[in-house]
Design a binder for this molecule. Sequence first.
Ligand SMILES: [Zn+2]
Length: 211
Amino acid sequence: MAQVMTDTWERRRVRTEVLRGRYPFAAEMLDLNAALLPVQEAAFLDAITAPPEPQRISAYVADQVVPGVIEVTMASGPERLQAAVAAEDLASGGRRLVRARCHGDWGYPRMTCTSCGEQSGSRLPVYSEVGTAAGERGGVVRGLGIPAETDALFPHTRIEACETCGRYLLNIDLAGDGQAVPLVDELSALPLDLYARDLGFTKITPNLMGF
Ligand SMILES: [Zn+2]
């Protein structure tokens, strides 16, 4: 079995090299493929060795496989693909939802309303405090920072709202604060809840404090 697996990946490596010589016009994509093969092989062997629970497959892939794919793509991919990956903000990691009561979590696509499934970016406003990376791209929550306006009170937390269903949630960015514990940080971000309420949005799932 292990030998068959090894052969599979070795054959793909050899074939990629052969075709790269035969079809120069496809060199960019074949080079990316060559770079991705070790990532794919490692993920395959890991999954065989310690299979994830069926209901956790998407989260497993988001955690264990996607980071390597992104890294290799950013290093070896065609420029347009690199730009697309960067624009999708994938490099900052996957988005995960945390269930309010049982605290289970699972992967969920970005830029999709978790309440109604809206995917149109123009209907999904994001509000972050001024001075934060997200705030530079979307709506800005002003006036919470103390003492200076640029010192965000919640630099790693943002409001992700949906104009279609009028709901919102708070996104805790673990890349922005590696010490953050989403369920706890979410409780502390009361000013952002009040801000979202003032805009007319209703939280998808209130936290344990009822906000
Ligand atoms: Zn919605």
